[in-house]
Write a protein that binds this ligand. Structure first.
Ligand code: PEP
Ligand code: MG
Length: 755
C-alpha cells in the first residue's frame, strides 16, 4: 500500500464519509473519535468542547468510560486539556500523570494511559475545544502525528462552525462562537451605535476541506505561491503604491514570508495530510493567530495583522475553487469593522444605515475617523482582535464614548444600553422640536448658531439641525477622501453644490488646511519631527501658491454673482494674510480679464489658532473682514498639549482662566475694531463652553451639527445678563478661589439650565 494511502489522508476520507451519513450529531462525533483512534493507533481518543461558561465538557470518547461523556468537565486552564485550550498550543507528553498540570478525572478511568497528545480545536485563532489521543505505552508522538491530529482538529472546527454538528448537546461550538465579548479599545468618535457587523474586507470561507489528489493540490498551492510572490515584487516596484517607509516595511515582511520555508512547509504538510490548499492556508493561519493573540507586544500584534492579510491574499491567488467570499450585503444598521480603511471607502456605505465603525488599528485623527465624525457615527479604534472575533451579521454595540465594543451582547448589557438609547432618542426628539426656534436667551439676546461641515454628506444637516449657516467648511476633506488630487473642475463643482444646497445661508470656506497630520497620500510630504508645528495650512499655501490659486479660482467661479466667504487657517503673522490677499487679488484680476463673473461680495477672514497672533490683534482685525477662532489648535498651542494625545486629554481645562482670558481678549478686540467674530472649534459645541463664549461676547459660534440642539436648548434657558454678572469678575479674579467650571456648574444647577 502506498504510504500516502494510510495515515491522515485515509482518516480525512473517513471523516468525510461520516459527515455524509444521515446520523445525529452525537452519533457522528462518536464515529469520528472511533476513526481517529483507529487511524492513529491510539487506545483513547476524546473530544472536549468549550462551553460558553468557559468549561470544557467531554463530548465524545473512544477508550475512556462512556458514562463520563457529558458528565466530566474542566475549567479552561485546568488540567492538561484546560491548559491546551488556554494556550491554544498542543501538548505531547510521554508520562501525562507526572506532568505538573495533570489533574486526574477518576470518572473517566484514564489512570492506565500514560502518553498523551492533545491539540486545540482552533478557528481563527480561537479555541473551540480540545482533541486528545492517549496510549498506555509511554511514548512521545512524532511531529507528523501532531500535525495529523492538528489537521483533524481543524476539520472538526470547521464542522462545528459550519453548524454541521448541530444538535450536539447544547450546540456547544456554536455557542462559543456566539459568546458575548467586550473588546476594549479607544473612543475615537463619541456616541453609541447598535447594529450588526459588516466586515469591510469580505472574509473568505473555505468551502471544501478535503482534497482528492494531493499531488495536484500541492501543485496548485505552489502555483499560487509563485503568483503571490510575483505580485508582491510588483507592488514593491510599482510607482502607484505609496513608497512610504511603513508600506515598504509591510511589503518586505510579506516578501520574507512568501519565501519562508517553514510557512510553506507547514502548508504543504497540511495538504499532504488531506486538506485542500485553501484549507491548508487557513489552518496554518489559525495556528499563527492563536500564537500571536497571546502576545501583548504591540509590534508583534501588528505583525498579526500582516499575517491575516497575507493569508487573505494567498487565498485570493488560489482562485476560489474551494472557497467563497462571504459578503454581507445586508447593510441595514451596519457597524463596519476594518483593520483600517481609506476615508473614501466609508463613504461607499449607504449613509442612512451606518451605525458605527470599529477599527482594529488606526489613529484617532486618521482621515476615516474625521469622515466618521462628519457622518456623526461613533468610532472605537485600537480594538485589538476584533476581526478574528466576529462574523458578518453578529450583533454589536459600539460605545465611542467609553471606547468599547460589546460583541454579541448579553441581555444585561443590551438592557443597559437600550435605556441609554431611549434617553438619546428622547433628547433628539426634543432638539428636533427646537429646530425652527431661534437661539434666544431668557433675556432676549439672539445667538447665531452655525455648523461645521466638509463633505456633501454633511449638507442635509443644515436644515435638519436648524443651523443658520456653515461657519467652517473644511475644504481639505474633499482632498483627503480622494485618491488623487481633485482637479480644479471637481473642486469648483463641489463648492457650487455646497452653495446651492445652502440655499442662501452663509457658508465660510476655509482654504486647504493640509500638512501636519492631515496627509494627502498623493502630495509629496517631507518628514517632519513636529508636524503640528510644521509646513502646513497657510504656510504651505504661500510656499506653493499654485495650490491656493487653483482653489481660489474654483471658489470664485462657484460663487459667481453671489457671496463668497473664505478664511485662512493657522495664521501666525498678519503679513501672511497680506501675502495671501495679493495672490487672491491676482486671481480675481485674471478671472475678470478672461470675462468671468466674480462674486458680488467677497469677504476674507483669518483663523486665530496660533498664540502669536494675540499680540497682533489690532492689525489683524483691521486687515480682515472677519475672524474665526480655531479653539482646538489655539488651545493645544497655548497649553503646549497635543490635541490628539490621550494621556493629557483631561489635564488642562479650556474652561479655565488662562484660556478664557485669551478668548475674551480676542472678543474685546473684535468689538473695538467692529470686526465680525466667530469661534469654530469643539469648545463651541459643548454647552458649558458655549455658555462661556456667549458671556464673554461671542454672539456667533460654529459647531458639529449634532451639537446645535443641546447648545440651543441651553441658550433658551439662559439669562446671559445674570451669568455675565458673576462670570466676568470671576474671570479676572487672581486669588484662585472657585474654578470657572465649578462656578458655571453651580450656576447651571441654581438656574435650572438643561440641555
Ligand atoms: C480648530 O483648530 O479649532 C479648527 C476648527 O480647525 P481644525 O480642527 O480643522 O484644525
Ligand atoms: Mg485648526
Amino acid at each position: 500500500m502506498n504510504a500516502m494511502e494510510t495515515g491522515p489522508r485515509v482518516l480525512l476520507k473517513r471523516l468525510r464519509e461520516v459527515m455524509a451519513e444521515s446520523l445525529g450529531a452525537q452519533d457522528k462525533l462518536d464515529k469520528i473519535v472511533d476513526h481517529i483512534a483507529a487511524n492513529m493507533v491510539a487506545e483513547v481518543c476524546s473530544v472536549y468542547v468549550l462551553r460558553t461558561d468557559d468549561i470544557l465538557e467531554l463530548y465524545a470518547t473512544k477508550g475512556l468510560n462512556p458514562e463520563a461523556v457529558h458528565e466530566v468537565s474542566l475549567k479552561v486552564g485546568q488540567g492538561l486539556v484546560g491548559t491546551i485550550a488556554a494556550s491554544a498550543r498542543p501538548l505531547n507528553i510521554q508520562d501525562a500523570q507526572s506532568h505538573p498540570s495533570f489533574a486526574l478525572l477518576p470518572e473517566t478511568g484514564e489512570e492506565p494511559f500514560n502518553s498523551f497528545m492533545g491539540v486545540p480545536i482552533l478557528r481563527a485563532g480561537r479555541s473551540l475545544g480540545v482533541l486528545v489521543v492517549q496510549n498506555k505505552k509511554k511514548r512521545v508522538y512524532r511531529d507528523d502525528e501532531v500535525e495529523a491530529l492538528e489537521t483533524t482538529a481543524m476539520v472538526l472546527a470547521e464542522l462545528l462552525a459550519a453548524g454541521e454538528l448541530k444538535g450536539l448537546g447544547a450546540t456547544a461550538g456554536e455557542y462559543v462562537l456566539n459568546r458575548p465579548r467586550t473588546i476594549i479599545g479607544a473612543g475615537f468618535a463619541q456616541g453609541i451605535g447598535l447594529g450588526n457587523i459588516v466586515l469591510h474586507a469580505p472574509r473568505i470561507v473555505v468551502t471544501n476541506l478535503f482534497n482528492e489528489d494531493f499531488e495536484e493540490e500541492i501543485k496548485r498551492l505552489g502555483d499560487a505561491l509563485g503568483k503571490f510572490r510575483i505580485s508582491i515584487d510588483d507592488m514593491l516596484e510599482r510607482s502607484d503604491v505609496p513608497q512610504h517607509e511603513e508600506t515598504r516595511e509591510v511589503l518586505e515582511t510579506y516578501r520574507m514570508f512568501a519565501h519562508d520555508r517553514g510557512w510553506v512547509r507547514r502548508m504543504e504538510e497540511a495538504v499532504r495530510n488531506g486538506l485542500t490548499a485553501e484549507a491548508a492556508v487557513e489552518k496554518v493561519q489559525s495556528d499563527h493567530q492563536a500564537r500571536l493573540q497571546r502576545v501583548s507586544d504591540p509590534y508583534i500584534r501588528d505583525r498579526l495583522s500582516d499575517f491575516d492579510d497575507l493569508a487573505y491574499r494567498l487565498l485570493r491567488q488560489l482562485g476560489g475553487d474551494n472557497a467563497a467570499d462571504v459578503e454581507n450585503n445586508d447593510h441595514e444598521n451596519a457597524i463596519v469593522v476594518a483593520r483600517n480603511m481609506a476615508a473614501a471607502e466609508l463613504l461607499d456605505y449607504p449613509r442612512g444605515s451606518l451605525r458605527g465603525l470599529i477599527l482594529e488599528d488606526g489613529g484617532s485623527s486618521s482621515h476615516v475617523v474625521i469622515v466618521a465624525k462628519a457622518l456623526g457615527i461613533p468610532v472605537v479604534g485600537n480594538a485589538a482582535g476584533i476581526i478574528s472575533n466576529v462574523e458578518n451579521g453578529d450583533e454589536v454595540i459600539v460605545d465611542g464614548t467609553q471606547g468599547v465594543a460589546h460583541l454579541r451582547p448579553g441581555e444585561d448589557i443590551r438592557a443597559s444600553y437600550l435605556d441609554k438609547f431611549k434617553f438619546q432618542a428622547e433628547r433628539q426628539l426634543q432638539y428636533k422640536k427646537l429646530r425652527k426656534c431661534d437661539a434666544v436667551s431668557v433675556d432676549g439676546e439672539k445667538i447665531n448658531l452655525l455648523m461645521n461641515a466638509g463633505l456633501l454628506v454633511d449638507l442635509p444637516q443644515l436644515s435638519q439641525s436648524g443651523a443658520q449657516g456653515i461657519g467652517l467648511f473644511r475644504t481639505e476633506l474633499q482632498f483627503m477622501v480622494s485618491s488623487t488630487f481633485p482637479r480644479p473642475g471637481q473642486q469648483e463643482a463641489l463648492y457650487r453644490q455646497v452653495l446651492k444646497e445652502a440655499k442662501g445661508k452663509p457658508v465660510t470656506f476655509r482654504t486647504l488646511d493640509v500638512g501636519g497630520d492631515k496627509v494627502l497620500p498623493y502630495l509629496r510630504s517631507v518628514h517632519e519631527e513636529n508636524p503640528a508645528l510644521g509646513w502646513r495650512a497657510v504656510r504651505l499655501a504661500l510656499d506653493r501658491p499654485g495650490l491656493l490659486k487653483a482653489q481660489m479660482r474654483a471658489l470664485l467661479k462657484a460663487a459667481a454673482g453671489g457671496e463668497l466667504r473664505v478664511m485662512l487657517p493657522l495664521v501666525t503673522e498678519v503679513r501672511e494674510i497680506r501675502r495671501a490677499k495679493e495672490i487672491i487679488n491676482h486671481e480675481m484680476d485674471v478671472l475678470t480679464r478672461f470675462g468671468h463673473e466674480l462674486p458680488d461680495s467677497f469677504k476674507l477672514g483669518a483663523m486665530i489658532e496660533v498664540p502669536s497672533i494675540l499680540y497682533q490683534l489690532d492689525e489683524l482685525m483691521e486687515e480682515v473682514d472677519f475672524a474665526s477662532v480655531g479653539s482646538n489648535d489655539l488651545f493645544q498651542f497655548m497649553m503646549a498639549s497635543d490635541r490628539g494625545n490621550a494621556n493629557i486629554a483631561t489635564r488642562f481645562d479650556p474652561v479655565s482662566r488662562p484660556f478664557v482670558r485669551a478668548l475674551k481678549l480676542i472678543a474685546d478686540s473684535a468689538v473695538q475694531h467692529k470686526t465680525e467674530l466667530t469661534l469654530c472649534g469643539e469648545f463651541a459645541g459643548r454647552p458649558l463652553g458655549a455658555m462661556v463664549l456667549i458671556a464673554i461676547g461671542y454672539n456667533s459660534i460654529s459647531m458639529a451639527a449634532a451639537s446645535i440642539g443641546p447648545v440651543k436648548s441651553m441658550i433658551r434657558h439662559l439669562d446671559i445678563g445674570k451669568l455675565r454678572k458673576i462670570l466676568l469678575p470671576a474671570i479676572e479674579e487672581t486669588d484662585g478661589g472657585q474654578t470657572l467650571r465649578e462656578l458655571l456648574e453651580d450656576f447651571i444647577d441654581a438656574n435650572g439650565i438643561s440641555y
